[in-house]
Design a protein around this ligand. Structure first.
Ligand code: ATR
Length: 281
């Protein structure tokens, strides 16, 4: 029960939203933790989004997740932001606190949670990280790497101007696609944040041979569960972190805020999410 005595109700707001795997994750935790809450899909058009979030409490929600295409509009709609949301200029988690609409961005925490779980001690000597892409996901990951004091962050993107803009905002370096082999030689971590390798998209065609044997390779893509990049890394014996971990871990802070208990990303939950992704393929 929430402080108002009602069953707490949360949602994921998107357009379209039917594909979202957030209900699977949050309903699993509600059941396992025996919490009498609900988690719903909220299909809300961009035109209706501002009114919907302003009326979140009136609709009976304690908060919710925000997915495409609303993350920037959610950022603009909040009364208060966490430091991370302010830095990333995008919000994926909302809650109401003392009558105010709060926004957080949990993608950075999700990325770190996945790395910590799947590649323990990856940041013992964080060295150089090479990040491919310069969109919203790259922003979250560069921020996450800076939170963990990564010494050097190199950013590479098809559209160089986007890489330069992001790199200057976060104080990191840009590497041309053509110079990736050299950049890989000293990299402790390679992260793909582009949509390459996703089902229906072209594969990411880079030769990872120059990566050191101790390198960790992470891909935020989770459909398919193992992208050609991760397959190549695993074949080389490198440690790999698939995008499914980030998807599951980014859900933890929202659940904790709305329902008052910290859930775990267990093998059982991961198995369920993986089965759901396989079934949809
Ligand atoms: P997100 O918010 O998920 O990061 P995005 O802002 O659309 O999504 O960014 C997608 C990323 O994938 C970008 O870095 C994009 O490169 P551009 O900035 O050059 O568009 C990258 N990307 C998408 N398709 C690509 C392709 N065919 N080749 C190389 N990079 C691609």
């Amino acid at each position: 029960m929430s402080s108002t005595g009602k069953t707490p109700k949360a949602c994921v707001i998107g357009w379209p939203v039917a594909h979202s795997r957030s209900p699977l994750i949050h309903r699993f935790w509600l059941e396992r933790l025996r919490i009498a809450g609900t988690y719903e899909l909220a299909a809300v058009t961009p035109a209706d989004f501002p009114d919907f979030v302003r009326g979140l409490a009136q609709h009976g929600f304690v908060g919710g997740n925000v997915t495409l295409p609303h993350k920037q509009m959610a950022f603009a709609s909040c009364d208060a932001l966490t430091e991370t949301a302010a830095r990333l200029k995008a919000v994926n988690t909302l809650w109401i606190e003392a009558g105010k609409l709060w926004g957080d961005n949990t993608d950075a925490a999700g990325f770190l949670g996945a790395l910590d779980q799947d590649a323990p001690k990856w940041d013992a000597d964080p060295g150089t990280a090479l990040v491919l892409g310069a969109g919203g996901a790259a922003r979250a990951i560069v921020h996450a790497l800076q939170l963990r004091k990564t010494k050097r962050i190199l950013l590479s993107n098809r559209t160089r101007a986007r890489a330069i803009a992001l790199a200057s905002e976060f104080g990191v370096e840009v590497v041309d696609f053509g110079d990736l082999p050299g950049a890989m030689e000293g990299a402790a971590l390679l992260v793909n944040t582009t949509s390459l390798g996703m089902r229906g998209q072209p594969p990411l065609t880079i030769d990872i041979t120059p990566l050191p044997a101790s390198a960790v390779v992470s891909d935020i893509v989770y459909v398919p569960l193992e992208t050609p990049l991760l397959e190549a890394a695993r074949a080389r014996g490198l440690r790999t972190v698939s995008g499914i971990g980030m998807l599951l871990h980014q859900a933890v802070p929202g659940f904790t805020r709305w329902f008052g208990a910290t859930p775990s990303v267990t093998a059982e939950l991961r198995g369920l999410a993986e089965a759901d992704i396989r079934a949809a393929a």
